[in-house]
Each structure stands twice: as structure tokens, then as C-alpha cells.
Design a protein around this ligand. Structure first.
Ligand code: EPU
Length: 424
């Protein structure tokens, strides 16, 4: 298992390019199951999770070709199978994204029921209820979700996608993907507004789907008989962009993050401004300039888009661990997503957890040590902490970070970071 060795305390400087968004690429790849025509996706990041999705597509009879530069070509060759096996699904929860496309195109799906993970329980009840509202029959048997598309049924239907923690992102992707080939009108209420869902919806429209209200919580879908092929550029990864902004700010650096789109980073940029970090909007991205002393404390509350993303909560906690005062970080999407606290404490951070809130009392400096990556974003927070800390930080189990960040150490090294991958 690889680890990162980071010699901290070097302000990052230079320019870095954001890769394509993981959380766009995964449902987009799954959506290629909706057509028999060739599809091309560009800007697909080279990530472990993407490789897992491609393996699932292959099991489902799709011929997949990967070309350099993040180009993935798909073509359905054998639509006979509709089963996503446990061996693959258990390694990646986002495998659930094939459920909706399979129901929509093949009329049937069998997907291993995904397990929980370290960020807390991750139910799929809203996905299943949504498919039922489309008229499908859903059963959970032998550890598998088995869905059969409904036949006939009313011409119009409404599907409510809201849950106790807001709308579901991949649930919206699933129900939308099934609805585009379901005859009649489907109105999706409380749909997720995340940019990755809008990216998927735009791609579906390019394939011939009829969707109105893209980017809003109400999506109106008129079912069509068939979809055509696709040639689509995946949007830049706003979470990777936010992570790089946090790394630049934490080290007091000066970094141009190319491809960072301010329109989808409103909440993180607002917090950076309130923390006293200067961020300049450039045509090609965002330039962050730290170095003006310790960040000011701010309160963070994670919320569905356009609120502050849960996928940046851990990285912001690292920044606030160095702030000049006390901050409250409240997690409203995954109330248990605080696994990084214990590791940040080992580096000298002063953080106390009270239910879904962490009270972060900023310290002047963090001190490098050996820490354990436990999930994707927590690992990113530890890398940011290591870059800012005094001394050497060893981040163990970096396979977590490889699931969602493309060549992170190469990108950081190019910005002057002293970071090395080692086989531990
Ligand atoms: N929820 C339910 N029932 C459901 C589905 C979700 O109660 O059927 C709850 C969840 O437990 C959670 C909330 O609703 O409290 C939101 O979950 P959501 O379904 O939106 O999460 P997801 O679709 O499984 C995606 C991202 C996550 C990101 C969340 C929230 C992908 C592939 N994954 O997950 O990304 O944290 O939305 O924004 O898009 C990551 O990239 O590190 C990551 C975990």
C-alpha cells in the first residue's frame, strides 16, 4: 500500500490544471448504457473509481476503449446482461449509477446492494422509491436490488427525491436516466441541483432526451423512444479545484487553479473571502494568494448545492485548524463524516466534536507525523495538513486518494511541494 511522504512548510506557487469531475464522469459513463450507438466522453479523469465503472460496463456488454488524454469510447455490443456483481459494486458505491440506465434501456436491473462506508450509513431508499414511482417493481433479494421496469401505467407521474438530508445526487441521476426512456411525462421534484447532475442532464439532451428545468430542483422529462450517441466533455472537478485552493491557502502560497469555475464554487469562495484569503477571478481559472497571516475563523455548514459541499468539509477543517480563533463546522449531509478529526488532532489540531458539529480552535502550526487516510476527502484534508505542517508527514493508505484525485502528488510537486509517493 502506497503512502505519501510530505516535507511541509513550502508555500505552493505556480499554475495547476483541474481534471474532469469524478462525480460527473461516473454517472455519464453509466448513462452510455442508454444507447446502442457509439459514445465518446472527453476529460474523463484517470482514477481508480473510473476503472471500476469501466469494468462494470464491460460486464454489462459494453466495449470500452480508453485513449490518452481522458478520452473514453463506449459501444454496447451485447445488451443481454443486466447484472452488476457484488465483486465490483462492493469496491465502489457509485456503481449504483448503472441502476437507472439499465432499467431505462434494458427494462431490468440487478445490482448488488451497496454497503455502508466510513462516512456513515448511505441508504439507497430514495433511488428505489423513485424507480417505483416510475412504475418499476423493486425487490431486494440475496443482497441484490432487482428492478423490473413497469409496463403501461399512467401517462404522467411525479417523483419526489427529497430525503431527511436533502435531495439525493446519484438517486437523481438514476431516476433521471430511467425517466428519459419511460413513456409519458415524469416530473422530478426536489431533484439534486449539483453541477454534476446538470452535466448529466445536458449530455442526455445531446443524446436526444427531452428534459426541462436543468440545474433546478424540478426536472420535467418527456420520455422518448430511443437515444442516440454522445460526444461530451466532462466538466472540471469543482471538488478537486476547491482542494487545490485550500492547499494554496493553507501554505500561504500563490497558485492559479486553471479550470476552477467560480460559478460552481460560490460557497467555498465566500468562505475564503471571509477568512481573508485573496482569490482573483481570471479567464482561465482562479488565482489564490495566501500569505496574509493566519486565516480568520468562520463557521461552515455543509448543505446541498449551492451550499457548501460536504466533499470539501474535511479540507476546510484543515484550513480552520490553522485559523486565528474558533470555528464551528457543521455537517448536514453526512453527520458522521468526521473521521479526519482524530488524525488532525495527532498533528496538533485542537478540534472537539459535539454531535454533527466540530468546534475547531485554531493553532499557530500543525506538526507533521504519521497519519492514516480513511476515505477520499479525509485523505485530501491530511495531504493539505501535511503540506502546511512543520516537519514530515507520512500519509498512509493513499489508495483512498487515488480513487478521486488524478496524479495529485505530481500536480502538487509541480507547485513546489515536497511530496513523494513511497511503496510502504
Ligand atoms: N440518502 C438517503 N437515502 C438515499 C440516498 C441518500 O437518505 O436513498 C441520504 C444520504 O445518507 C445523505 C444524503 O441523503 O445523508 C445525500 O446523499 P446522496 O445520495 O446525495 O449522496 P450520493 O449520491 O451517494 C454523491 C457523491 C458524494 C457526495 C454526495 C453528497 C457521487 C458519485 N458521489 O453521493 O461524493 O458526498 O453526493 O454531495 O456523486 C466523494 O466524491 O467523496 C463523495 C462521497
Amino acid at each position: 500500500m502506497d503512502r505519501f511522504r510530505i516535507e511541509g512548510g513550502v508555500p505552493l506557487t505556480g499554475a495547476v490544471e483541474v481534471s474532469g469531475a469524478k462525480n460527473s464522469a461516473l454517472p455519464l459513463l453509466a448513462a452510455t448504457l442508454l444507447t446502442d450507438e457509439p459514445c465518446v466522453l472527453r476529460g474523463v479523469p484517470a482514477l481508480h473509481d473510473v476503472s471500476t465503472m469501466l469494468k462494470i460496463l464491460e460486464v454489462l456488454g459494453v466495449e470500452v476503449t480508453r485513449e490518452p488524454g481522458g478520452v473514453v469510447r463506449t459501444q454496447v455490443r451485447d445488451p443481454g446482461s443486466h447484472r452488476a456483481p457484488r465483486e465490483l459494486v462492493k469496491t465502489m458505491r457509485a456503481s449504483i449509477c448503472v441502476l437507472g440506465p439499465l432499467v431505462g434501456r434494458r427494462g431490468e436491473a440487478e445490482v448488488s446492494f451497496p454497503g455502508g462506508c466510513v462516512i456513515g450509513p448511505r441508504p439507497v431508499d430514495l433511488h428505489l422509491r423513485g424507480l417505483e414511482a416510475l412504475g418499476a417493481e423493486v425487490r431486494v433479494e440475496e443482497g441484490y436490488i432487482r428492478v423490473r421496469a413497469g409496463r403501461g401505467g399512467p401517462d404522467e407521474r411525479e417523483v419526489y427525491l427529497g430525503g431527511p438530508f436533502g435531495p439525493t445526487v446519484t438517486g437523481t441521476a438514476n431516476v433521471l436516466s430511467a425517466a428519459v426512456l419511460t413513456p409519458g411525462t415524469t416530473v422530478l421534484q426536489a431533484a439534486a441541483c449539483e453541477p454534476e447532475i446538470a452535466d448529466l442532464a445536458r449530455a442526455l439532451v445531446a443524446m436526444g432526451a427531452r428534459i426541462e428545468g436543468i440545474g433546478s430542483p424540478t426536472l420535467v422529462v418527456e420520455g422518448v423512444e430511443a437515444l442516440g450517441g454522445l460526444d461530451h466533455q466532462v466538466i472540471p472537478d469543482r471538488i478537486e479545484a476547491g482542494t487545490l485552493l485550500a492547499a494554496a491557502a493553507a501554505t500561504g502560497g500563490d497558485v492559479l487553479v486553471r479550470g476552477a469555475d467560480p460559478k460552481v464554487l460560490t460557497a467555498p469562495l465566500d468562505l475564503l473571502a471571509r477568512m481573508g484569503t485573496r482569490v482573483e477571478r481570471r479567464p482561465e481559472g482562479l488565482r489564490v494568494r495566501g500569505g496574509g497571516g493566519r486565516p480568520r475563523p468562520v463557521d461552515v455548514v455543509t448543505l446541498p448545492y449551492p451550499g457548501f459541499p460536504t466533499d470539501l468539509q474535511a479540507q476546510w477543517m484543515t484550513l480552520l485548524a490553522l485559523a486565528d480563533g474558533n470555528s464551528f463546522v457543521t455537517e448536514k449531509i453526512y453527520p458522521e463524516r468526521f473521521i479526519h478529526i482524530a488524525e488532525l488532532q495527532r498533528m496538533g489540531a485542537r478540534i472537539r466534536k459535539e454531535g454533527p458539529t466540530a468546534i475547531v480552535s485554531g493553532v499557530e502550526r500543525l506538526s507533521g507525523c504519521e497519519v492514516m487516510a480513511s476515505d477520499l476527502r479525509a485523505s485530501a484534508a491530511l495531504v493539505v495538513a501535511g503540506l502546511a505542517a512543520e516537519g514530515t508527514t507520512l500519509v498512509e493508505r493513499v489508495y483512498h486518494i487515488d480513487r478521486g484525485y488524478e496524479r495529485i502528488e505530481t500536480k502538487l510537486e509541480a507547485l513546489g511541494a515536497r511530496i513523494r509517493r513511497e511503496a510502504a
